[in-house]
Design a binder for this molecule. Sequence first.
Ligand SMILES: [Zn+2]
Ligand SMILES: [Zn+2]
Length: 339
Amino acid sequence: MPKMRAVQVTSPKGTFEVVERDIPEPSPGKVRIQVQACGICHSDSITKDGVFPFITYPRVPGHEVAGVIDAVGDGVSKWAVGQRVGVGWHGGNCGYCNACRRGYFFACETFTEITGITCDGGYAEYMIARSEAVASLPAELSAVEAAPLMCAGVTTFNCLRNSGARPGDLVAVLGLGGLGHLAVQYAARGGFRTAAIARGQDKAALAFELGARYYIDSQSQDPAAELSKLGGAKVILATVTAGDAMAAVMGGLGVDGALMVIGAAPTMTIAPMGLIGKRTAIKGWYSGTSIDSEDTLAFSVLGGVRSMNEVFPFERAAEGYERMIGGKARFRVVLKMGS
Ligand SMILES: [Zn+2]
Ligand SMILES: [Zn+2]
């Protein structure tokens, strides 16, 4: 049996182990991908720490996968060996449940396949993916460039394009980390009046470099008041994981404005009365399916949007994960295979 190397977690809160495993065979409806790069996402902590009770171990994390189709299971017609592809959080859907029949593939009621969580992901030389979860990669993007766009990219881009904001509207991005630095680029390239909100004056230069028209330092300024001075935001894209930081910007929304939540903050306290006067809303957004990823990649090529990455050889996944979870990474960490 041919072997591969993989980085796995054996139990909740366990360490990352580099192990040798059999190269898996794709069953019907699935493909095997030779992984070339895999981004490290904050949500990999779900597998690392056992946040979801249904995770079975050992498990290989990683849902920002870029690579090449290496083998194709029976019944797969769309994909062929040699095609460059990516896989994100959405690991597949049944296609026949009520949610799928309404086009809500992300909310499939039959099963919830999540790459690197319910099935093994991209911290490995090879992985198996359901064919409907696979996205085609454009030639213009390298595997390292494409990988972080498979979660951080699609989550911010797809949220923004479904937020109801139209070109010319004031859009604020709360947080200037892994998600935020992409969201600012997408908002600016998408024709929005883009405001970046982060802590400290030292991030202003970066915000402008990424395309922001305004920078609001939430340590020395009141972000809600500043956004109000600019006319009120149509959308605030909340990329941070702190509920109090989200609540603090709510007052900066304009009429019918929405706080779009993609940062998984555990709690948030707001005064519901504050929603009424301007009919403001709080809404969550799910990253997207494989076609949303393809749209994200295409827009990234069109607009020149790129993730700023720290690249680690895949054997050093533990070190890369520590950079990410410690908030030290500027801005995404990407594991590269074959080093
Ligand atoms: Zn992710
Ligand atoms: Zn379904």
